[in-house]
Design a protein around this ligand. Structure first.
Ligand SMILES: [Mn+2]
Length: 426
């Protein structure tokens, strides 16, 4: 039986329950004057890219416990993202990590991507570790290094990433810089910024006109005294230095605890400088947990600001590149990704429900309680049936994880790829 038919059959088994939940939610929202089908249509077109490195077990520096059946090649990674997309209809692209995902036969890869309805979202460079046979070490930095030859090596690597991306019709280069220092005095802050800005400018020169360079920031790790790009202000300053094709990338896990991330995204969109967004969940820092698993209200507040700016015609921010950036230590990676996408869509739906006319009026009148309650009202709505209905209407599964388990997809992967196969690119 074709996969599509299997999804259809499994949907039929839970259709009555789904209809009950959906009709209840629809009735609830209709009474508030909300256009249900309008929200469903927005959910349908919302797509989140899946990074190649999230398809296998990540692990920590203390250990790794692969569950088996991990993708062993770029082709198998595409196959896995194709599976996710068939189930949820919301994961239509894949992000590559170079050097692990260097494309071989690009004609065959493009055809494989097409057969799954996928495209390449972005190429991600890597200068946070040394590769075998590499001439210079990144131990003391890459684009910010004191040695021009090492900076040149890192620049050439990023330009090579652009070339690999061009071969597969990608349009985004993501730069996350692991450079920094562990001890006071180790690095001259102003000179490190300048060296980085000039190295990025060399990469920017090689960027095609229809490409975007995303510059990601992170407050700590791998370095603990200072990071060269620790915060959105530094990313923003580098984008200003480079030009319009450079944009700030916000990663939910790249903030210190209690940072007001919703205010950061609002500011960046006001400046027209928010280019991309990496979803994950975190308790302490870059924990890379399932999106929405730890602080769902904060996640909703962030989405609320994103939707507010996207729906405001006076905001001149380019369309955002949405991607999950996570690592899986305890869950099946594919189940975790399905959960993350569901949480993203459910939270997006809640942000779409916020009554912005009433909210603005409450803000204008300094009616603090009404303003806050409007947000809490939207947050309290269970949007799962809306998302399930959007997915069903798009030909996907009402319960993606249920289908994944019922069809024993992990078991099939293990039978085909082996129990000990380990994904590359982590
Ligand atoms: Mn990231």
């Amino acid at each position: 039986m074709q996969f599509q038919e299997q999804i259809h059959d499994l949907n039929a088994q839970i259709r009555a329950d789904h209809e009950f939940h959906f009709q209840y939610t629809a009735e609830l929202l209709s009474r508030k004057g909300i256009d249900i089908q309008g929200i469903i249509e927005k959910i349908k077109v919302f797509q989140v890219a899946i990074p190649s490195w999230a398809l296998g077990t990540g692990g920590t520096r203390f250990g790794r416990y692969p569950g088996g059946g991990e993708p062993r090649s770029l082709e198998e990674k595409i196959e896995d993202v194709g599976l996710l997309h068939a189930l949820n209809r919301s994961s239509d692209s894949i992000s590559l990590h170079i050097p692990w995902d260097i494309p071989g036969d690009t004609v065959a890869l493009k055809s494989l991507l097409r057969s799954h309805g996928l495209s390449i979202d972005s190429v991600n460079s890597n200068t946070f570790q040394d590769q075998p046979g590499q001439a210079h070490s990144y131990k003391f930095g890459s684009l910010s290094h004191t040695d021009a030859a090492i900076r040149r090596q890192a620049i050439e690597h990023n330009i090579a990433c652009i070339e690999h991306g061009k071969a597969l019709d990608a349009r985004v280069l993501t730069v996350w810089l692991a450079d920094g220092s562990n001890f006071p005095g180790q690095q001259h802050f102003r000179r490190a910024w300048q060296r980085t800005a000039d190295a990025l400018a060399d990469i920017y020169q090689a960027l095609p006109d229809d490409w975007t360079m995303l510059i990601e920031y992170k407050p700590y790790e791998p370095h603990f005294y200072s990071m060269v790009i620790p915060d959105w202000g530094t990313s923003y300053s580098l984008c200003q230095y480079l030009g319009e094709k450079a944009q700030v990338l916000v990663d939910l896990g790249h903030h210190l605890p209690n940072t007001n991330i919703e205010q950061i995204v609002a500011r960046l969109m006001l400046f027209g400088r928010l280019g991309g967004f990496h979803f994950n969940g975190s308790m302490y820092g870059d924990d890379d947990l399932t999106t929405g698993s730890i602080k769902p209200y904060q996640f909703f507040l962030i989405f609320n600001e994103l939707v507010d700016a996207i729906d405001d015609p006076s905001v001149k921010n380019p369309p955002l590149a949405w991607m999950i950036d996570a690592s899986h230590n305890t869950k099946d990676p594919l189940e975790d990704l399905l959960q993350s996408v569901q949480n993203i869509l459910c939270t997006y739906a809640r942000a779409l429900i916020v009554d912005r006319v009433l909210l603005e009026a409450a803000q204008q009148q300094n009616d603090v309680v009404t303003a806050e309650e409007l947000l809490r009202d939207a947050f309290a709505v269970d949007t799962r049936a809306l998302v399930a209905e959007a997915t069903r209407q798009s030909g996907g599964a009402i319960d993606p994880i249920g289908v994944f388990r019922a069809l024993k997809i992990r078991e099939q992967r293990i039978a085909k790829r082996g129990k000990t196969g380990v994904a590359t690119g982590l």
